[in-house]
Design a protein around this ligand. Structure first.
Ligand SMILES: [Zn+2]
Length: 438
């Protein structure tokens, strides 16, 4: 088994990195590690006042703490918020010549689907066709909806059994970072600077990163390893605002309402009818932003609607806000007795606003993917990430692929190659930073 792994690694590295052709394998493959981590239930929970939102996330945090120590990491610690921090020392003649690079993955899994008793199924040497999950045959990973499957013939695909999620999001990222550290330890000939490592809780419920100690972490730049398809690198997220539009009417007893009652719901209905059909989440994709009325109250006395505004460009976001305000004016003209107001709040900004000043982060990640034999592509994230928050707090942080697919659902999957190629990319990435220096 070991000989096969050596051969596989040797074949996957480019000739330019010929010194790596004699790489010793890690003590445990990325796949073996991944299969161990997904067995640990780390589901986070919405609307909790504590971080972590669920105590069970400490189970994985403590295990990772132990394993990081065994792999020679230094200053390994778990904070009271269940954040695991560690430092992998550099092995350069002068480690101060290379920047400290951070690698971050999250431990929790989505509250949307159970992550307890995950029974990972390995579909060895995949021959093509739809994958029916054995314990709930209505759960089918179809080629029609997952055309990536056509590129995965011969790979060992990992799925859940149809009753839970897999937890690839983001135990893939954790397994890949840990396997990278393991491989570095086996191969001191791979030169790298100091690496700051962190595993975080509550990414899925958006609470963990607020407790992140950027200073203690000690990195100048970092990457979240939390993306999807092989080769996809993200240095852009939405810029996001939320609007609340309030409609104030007048309620009276309906029996004596003539000439008095002002029903705010009609103004709300009029406002909703004005939303541009080509600017909604259900009609947009790629780089096109949207406005999305997502919740509200319909009542005679006071109605309201909350609206998400999303765009990659601040100018596009401004234009959307202008549209919503113009719609208020039009509805107000039609319903003069209803008092209409709009309030817009900023949620987060596209991390590109900061990352454009650090082009080497994206360039080095693309070069690392290329050296791993992949075709890098920049994919803007139609959402926010922990990295976008860190970026604005002073730690520039793009997002790297993990090979995983179909996050947050029972149809989640990854593969042996997905895990190995992502690990290999991380190994190249830390070397590129060492080669290029500060
Ligand atoms: Zn994730």
């Amino acid at each position: 088994m070991k000989a096969i792994i050596v051969l596989a690694l040797a074949l996957t590295f480019t000739p330019a990195a010929s010194a790596q052709n004699q790489l010793k394998p890690p003590t445990e493959t990325a796949m073996e590690r991944f299969l161990r981590y997904v067995k640990i239930d780390t589901q986070s929970a919405e609307d909790q006042t504590t971080v972590p939102s669920t105590k069970k996330q400490f189970d994985l945090a403590r295990l990772l703490e132990k394993e990081l120590k065994e792999l020679g990491a230094e200053n390994v610690r778990v904070s009271e918020y269940s954040i695991v921090y560690a430092m992998v020392p550099g092995n350069l003649a002068d480690n101060s010549k290379a920047p400290v690079i951070g690698l971050i993955a999250h431990m929790d899994t989505s509250p949307a689907v159970s992550g307890a008793n995950v029974n990972a199924i390995i579909h060895k040497n995949y021959r093509g066709g739809d994958i029916i999950l054995p314990n709930d045959k209505t759960q089918v990973i179809s080629v029609a909806k997952n055309p990536i499957l056509k590129e995965m013939i011969g790979d060992d695909i990992i799925t859940a059994d149809g009753t839970t999620l897999l937890g690839s999001d983001d135990k893939s990222g954790i397994a890949e970072i840990m396997t990278m550290i393991d491989t570095l330890r086996q191969n001191p000939q791979i030169k790298h600077g100091p690496l700051a490592i962190a595993f975080t809780p509550d990414e899925e419920v958006g609470g963990g990163i607020e407790k992140f100690d950027i200073k203690g972490f000690g990195a100048q730049f970092a990457y979240t390893v939390d993306g999807e398809e092989l080769g996809e690198i993200s240095n852009e997220t939405w810029s996001a605002r939320t609007a609340t539009v309030t409609f104030k009417g007048k309620s009276t007893h309906p029996g004596t309402a003539k000439g008095i009652m002002v029903n705010a719901m009609y103004a709300l209905a009029d406002y909703l009818a004005r939303f541009p059909q080509n600017m909604l989440p259900e009609t947009t994709a790629g780089r096109v932003g949207f406005v999305h009325p997502y919740t509200g109250v319909a009542d005679v006395e006071e109605s309201n609607v909350k609206v998400l505004l999303r765009d990659f460009d601040l100018s596009g976001l401004d234009a959307k806000e202008k549209t919503l305000r113009q719609m208020v004016r039009l509805t107000q003209r039609r319903f003069p007795k209803v008092k209409i107001s709009i309030e817009v709040k900023e949620n987060y900004k596209n991390m590109k606003e900061v990352l454009k000043n650090y082009p080497q982060l994206t360039e080095n990640a693309m070069e690392a993917a290329r050296r791993a034999g992949l075709t890098p592509k920049i994919k803007p994230i139609r959402g926010g990430t922990d990295g976008s928050r860190l970026t604005f707090q002073g730690l520039p942080c793009p997002n790297l692929f993990t090979g995983g697919q179909n996050f947050h659902g029972k149809l989640e999957f990854n593969s042996r190659r997905g895990l190995e190629k992502s690990t290999e990319t991380l190994l190249h990435l830390v070397q590129i930073f060492a080669e290029k220096g500060k």
